[in-house]
Design a protein around this ligand. Structure first.
Ligand code: RP5
Length: 165
């Protein structure tokens, strides 16, 4: 049985607690694509697939995945559990999920105990996109072509702000 998807040369692993998170996390994937950053996307729940998650993480690190973007909603433990299993940076995306407008997910993701960081982003699509951009910023520290692409992206954003008449 295939337990998860892998991509040769992936530098980023996007994980989500459920396929129901995909419409939001697709935005993170599209953002990485925009920068031609190879990545792989998987729904592996910290609660429903604990062994699969552990296996994925140990194999992903060996294959060279450099950081993980983790999305979950409700009792959103995925990012924290991933942080417990890897020394790679973990970026957390709280999902809006089914109640409390995602405040539950935000607090579950952000309130990590000291010594075990999860860089936590905004609830929903903006957070998913920003997590991907932040991942690109980290990867760009050792990658001059990514650095150039990021500068162009920032310039485009500046030009897109219109002046009110
Ligand atoms: C979390 O519970 C998932 O990350 C998702 O955001 C939420 C709902 O999951 P499903 O019940 O739709 O699978 O674990």
């Amino acid at each position: 049985m295939v337990e998860y998807t892998t991509v040769d040369g992936a530098r980023v692993g996007i994980l989500m607690g459920s396929a129901s998170d995909w419409p939001t996390m697709k935005k993170a994937s599209e953002t990485l694509e925009q920068f031609s950053v190879l990545h792989e996307c998987n729904a592996i729940s910290a609660h429903r697939n604990p062994e699969r998650l552990q296996k994925y993480l140990s194999e992903a690190e060996k294959r060279g995945v450099e950081l993980f973007i983790c999305a979950a909603g409700g009792a959103a433990h995925l990012a924290g559990v991933v942080a417990a299993h890897t020394e790679k940076p973990v970026l957390g995306c709280p999902m809006q999920a089914w109640s409390l407008d995602g405040l539950d997910s935000l607090l579950s993701t952000v309130q990590m105990p000291k010594g075990m960081p999860v860089a936590t982003f905004a609830i929903g699509g903006a957070g998913a996109i920003n997590a991907a951009i932040f991942a690109v910023q980290m990867l760009a520290m050792g990658d001059s072509s990514l650095k150039t692409a990021l500068s162009a992206f920032r310039d485009d954003q500046s030009s897109a702000v219109t002046i009110l008449e």
